[in-house]
Design a protein around this ligand. Structure first.
Ligand SMILES: NC(=O)c1ccc[n+]([C@@H]2O[C@H](COP(=O)([O-])OP(=O)(O)OC[C@H]3O[C@@H](n4cnc5c(N)ncnc54)[C@H](OP(=O)(O)O)[C@@H]3O)[C@@H](O)[C@H]2O)c1
Length: 243
């Protein structure tokens, strides 16, 4: 068995995924840079290699199950296990200040395809390999915008930010976290949702108030939890986020 931990991060060619890969790579974890575009993925892996991280590009389009199968086969043949899966890839297709009742069903479906169904499909493809790890970790990159508690709190800082498709896709993702964590509770596989906070990336036109280093820190922490760490939880860099 390969002693070095192996992590796969989806959507790792930029933003929070890239920074999470960098932080994990700095901990001597092999980082597989999941990206749907070969050029962007290879460039990201090369940049990380130049920084001293053991990084490798792997083609993975969250919406294309053939790439999940091929990637899982590659990981099985070359590493025999997967220790960490970071389901980071995500999209927002509507205006953050839009009116929920105006969101089209097409936008809802496309958003859920990536942010929810895609995460489940990727996780299912890699679960047999995660079960071969001595202590698997799955981090679903959610958002505070997926919290029903925060959505229903008029005093929340982001009370006015209600893009229906995005927020509800992250709420559904949180449900996946809780339910999968329950299934895996005896398997030493921890499943948690991370809320990186409002982080400057292309997702929000780089308007976020946190740096990617700050935003990715909770994802990295959940990806490297000790064996007595939490599972089935929802965390930001200050602690527990209310569901
Ligand atoms: N930034 C924030 O303030 C914030 C706050 C809370 C949660 N989040 C969450 O953090 C995660 C990362 O977002 P980010 O802010 O880093 O955004 P970003 O810079 O736009 O990065 C998104 C990444 O996801 C990838 N992606 C999108 N669809 C994909 C698909 N079908 N298959 C594979 N990769 C795909 C993108 O690849 P391409 O380059 O090919 O498009 C890109 O690498 C998302 O889940 C987001 O919801 C972000």
């Amino acid at each position: 068995m390969n002693e070095q931990k192996v992590a796969l991060i989806t959507g790792a060619n930029k933003g929070l995924g890239y920074e999470t890969a960098r932080q994990l790579g700095k901990q001597n974890i092999k980082v597989l840079i999941g990206a749907r575009d070969e050029t962007r993925g290879r460039e990201a892996a090369e940049k990380l290699l130049a920084e001293g991280c053991d990084a490798e590009f792997i083609l993975l389009d969250v919406g294309d199950e053939k790439t999940h199968e091929a990637a899982a086969k590659y990981v099985a043949e070359n590493y025999g296990k997967l220790d960490i899966l970071v389901n980071n890839a995500g999209i927002v297709l509507e205006s953050l200040s839009g009116t929920p009742s105006d969101v089209s069903l097409e936008t809802l479906r496309k958003t859920f395809d990536t942010n929810f169904f895609g995460v489940i499909a990727v996780t299912k493809a890699f679960l047999p390999l995660i079960k071969k790890s001595e202590g698997g970790r799955i981090v679903n990159v959610s958002s505070g915008l997926g919290s029903l508690a925060q959505n229903s709190d008029a005093n929340c800082d982001y009370a006015a930010v209600k893009p229906l498709a995005y927020n509800s896709s992250k709420t559904a993702l949180n449900a996946f976290t809780v339910i999968l964590a329950h299934e895996l509770k005896e398997a030493n596989i921890k499943v948690n949702s991370a809320d990186p906070g409002y982080t400057a990336t292309d997702l929000n036109g780089n308007q976020g108030t946190k740096t990617v280093e700050q935003g990715a820190s909770v994802i990295t922490d959940l990806a490297t939890l000790p064996n007595d760490g939490a599972t089935g939880g929802y965390f930001d860099d200050e602690g527990v986020v209310p569901w």
